[in-house]
Design a protein around this ligand. Structure first.
Ligand code: ADP
Ligand code: MG
Length: 322
């Protein structure tokens, strides 16, 4: 049985990014992914040792890509796995790695806590504008004949600027976390929860309330913000590949930010300081979290600097306006 901490702890949602799973192109295999997870989990365990309750979310983009490729190569022999089930597969495999890495850190440190990874569905609107015009390419490029086969399985396919045919998916807004009550119950009982992996498995609901998986991918930063807001956590921490967020990123006049208010975050976002597809969704997620939960705090840093950032020494803090 998990033990609730003996003193009233603060709770954080920590969204761990791709760099906590794949550090670089030469370290994509499972053993390397496990090592990267172990490294990040040390820093998360440090945080727990300091009295934090944590709920962990994670990305799954490259892992989904590998499984799609495996499907293609094996299609002559083994059935194809639909995208929603691939999402569930990756929540299971990555949830397993995080659970075991944390369990082992706890054993080393004599911490009495248990981890539970929750396979999580996230409701999206089947009329989300994203479905009319899917913009996110997924998997490799193929010829038209193969693309038409994907189409027959329910995918949207498109010829991409002369580079070949590609499967395109929507990135709809997350509306509701189906397993939210389960996550709340586990957290209230002292479990460290891993959830909403890869942004959650996107599902839609029909008139009779029945759920069904859809061909889509939910942005993991957006889904993590929804979880953080629903859980009314004290801290929403996005752990990524940079220690701090910058203005004029990679330009001669680049400035690293220690702190920005909600209004400043909106202003900088509008001014285009945060690239779409990388830092953009993170700052957007912070804005959504703080708007729903003004008493909470946001933090963006890398795994190595989590503890120093919590001590106020580094990272970029995002806070409500004074
Ligand atoms: P994750 O896998 O954690 O989601 P991403 O690669 O999607 O990571 O986003 C993090 C990356 O965003 C950083 O590694 C950095 O290259 C990029 N980035 C874009 N704009 C900025 C910015 N203004 N400040 C800092 N990093 C930025
Ligand atoms: Mg990202």
């Amino acid at each position: 049985m998990a033990q609730a901490p003996s003193h009233p702890a603060k709770t954080a949602v920590i969204a761990i990014g791709g760099n906590s799973l794949i550090t670089d192109k030469d370290h994509q295999d499972v053993a390397s992914q496990f090592n990267a997870v172990r490294e990040t989990c040390k820093h998360i365990a440090d945080m727990i040792e300091r009295g934090w309750n944590v709920i962990i979310t994670h990305g799954n983009g490259p892992q989904v890509g590998f499984i799609l490729r495996r499907n293609e190569l094996a299609a002559h022999e083994v059935h194809i796995t639909p995208l929603d089930v691939i999402g569930a597969d990756t929540q299971g495999s990555i949830g397993y790695m995080i659970s075991q890495a944390l369990d082992n850190e706890f054993t080393k440190r004599g911490i009495q806590r248990s981890v539970a990874a929750v396979v999580t569905q996230v409701l999206v609107d089947r009329n989300d504008p994203g479905f009319k015009n899917p913009t996110k390419g997924i998997g490799g490029f193929t010829d038209e004949a193969s693309a038409r086969q994907f189409e027959a399985q329910g995918w949207t396919v498109r010829e991409d600027a002369g580079r070949g045919w590609r499967r395109m998916i929507a990135s709809p807004q997350p509306l509701r976390i189906i397993e939210l009550d389960a996550i709340k119950t586990l957290v209230a009982n002292g479990f460290i929860v891993v959830g909403v992996g890869g942004g959650g498995i996107p599902v839609v609901q029909d008139e009779d309330g029945m759920l069904k998986g859809v061909f889509a991918v939910i942005d993991k930063d957006r889904a993590s913000a929804l979880l953080a807001a629903e859980m009314k956590v004290d801290l929403f921490l996005i752990s990524t590949a940079v220690e701090k967020v910058a203005l004029n990123y990679k330009k001669p006049n680049q400035v690293w930010l220690d702190r920005m208010t909600l209004s400043e975050a909106k202003q900088y976002y509008a001014e285009g300081h945060f690239l779409s597809g990388s830092m953009g969704p993170k700052v957007e997620a912070m804005i959504a979290f703080l708007e729903a939960n003004p008493q909470g705090k946001g933090l963006i840093t890398d795994p190595q600097h989590i503890v120093d950032a919590l001590d106020g020494k580094t990272g970029t803090w995002i806070v409500a306006d004074a």
